[in-house]
Design a protein around this ligand. Structure first.
Ligand SMILES: [Zn+2]
Length: 322
């Protein structure tokens, strides 16, 4: 079939797809009955829309996305003995531990499982400020990176160690109007990175918010599918009970095209336990071509002349100022 005819066929197929049903979770529904909200789009939807990049060839990303070849890229390998102690205040979390006003809707976009962060029940977005940040940053999106049955899949590597899963909470400087606008500026975004490590005894009740997310992943294994959680969570619950006052911070980029060098990274050295069953859920996720979406992490990038700072909670170490 000629490409143009094929394109027209795809357009017609999209036209006839059922409309997405409104997301109005019923609190009386059992947690296991997660609502599937969308159906498949044609397999080559991604290519038709010019979003065709893959984890098979990250070294080729700069061809279509020049910023991916920049000198302040992420992720990086963090080595404790090379970090610079920073005398900076802790990060202030506002509305982070207030319950979100809507159920979150997980989506499979062919590259990750993600959800947009709703406002809290007080109708404000969760925000972070202070620490290395000069402005207020609103939480916008959460997504994950993972490995495979034979490999670990965190993006940041700490002291030569890669972990099983990495969660990114993407925040947007609230002086900009959207993530797309904010990523054009070096102070546009701040991403919190949380690393997960498989441990044998992790029960759902120990990490309720995280379990709500991880247990919904099996409902979004198909490309372009989405599913609502059936329990309300706070964003802060995704940080489990890690010490939020100890973190690494450095200037870097988005780890997927367009690799915008707009990110103040905040990476926690404390690792959160995850059960093997929850990690396995990610291994069954499919990409836009129906293949297994595994190892969706970018290789570590050169640190170059950048400093990686470490903020400890007691603040009584030899200090260097930004
Ligand atoms: Zn990410």
């Amino acid at each position: 079939m000629h490409f143009f005819e094929f394109f027209k066929l795809c357009q017609r197929l999209i036209f006839f797809l059922p409309l997405t049903t409104a997301n109005s979770p019923d609190k009386t529904t059992a947690p296991s009955s997660v609502a599937l909200l969308k159906t498949h789009l044609p397999m080559n939807w991604t290519q038709l829309n010019g979003g065709g990049w893959s984890y098979d060839n990250p070294e080729e990303w700069p061809v279509n996305n020049p910023q991916c070849g920049g000198d302040r890229q992420s992720p990086i390998a963090i080595n404790t003995d090379k970090t610079v102690n920073a005398d900076i205040p802790p990060i202030t979390f506002a509305s982070y531990d207030v319950v979100l006003g809507n159920y979150v809707v997980l989506e499979n976009n062919g590259h990750t499982i993600k959800f947009n962060v709703p406002q809290t029940i007080e109708n404000v977005p969760p925000t972070i400020t202070n620490g290395p940040l000069e402005d207020i940053y609103e939480a916008a999106e959460v997504h994950f990176h993972w490995g495979s049955p034979t490999s670990k899949g965190s993006e940041h590597v700490i002291n030569q160690r890669r972990y099983d899963v990495e969660m990114h909470i993407v925040h947007m400087n609230n002086k900009y109007g959207s993530v797309e606008e904010a990523r054009e500026y070096e102070d546009g975004l701040s991403v919190i990175g949380v690393l997960f490590k498989v441990e044998k005894t992790v029960a759902n009740h120990e990490q309720p918010g995280l379990s709500t997310i991880f247990n919904t992943v099996p409902y979004v294994t198909r490309y372009n599918s989405s599913a609502s959680t059936q329990q309300l969570i706070s964003l802060g619950s995704l940080l489990s009970n890690i010490n939020r006052d100890k973190f690494y911070t450095y200037q870097g980029s988005l780890t997927t095209p367009p690799c915008s060098e707009a990110v103040t990274w905040i990476v926690y050295p404390e690792v959160v336990p995850i059960s093997i069953f929850q990690v396995k859920n990610f291994w069954f996720v499919r990409d836009s071509e129906g293949g297994r979406l595994v190892n969706n992490y970018r290789p570590v990038q050169p640190i170059g002349s950048r400093d990686v700072y470490y903020r400890s909670s007691n603040g009584d170490e030899v200090n260097y100022y930004f």
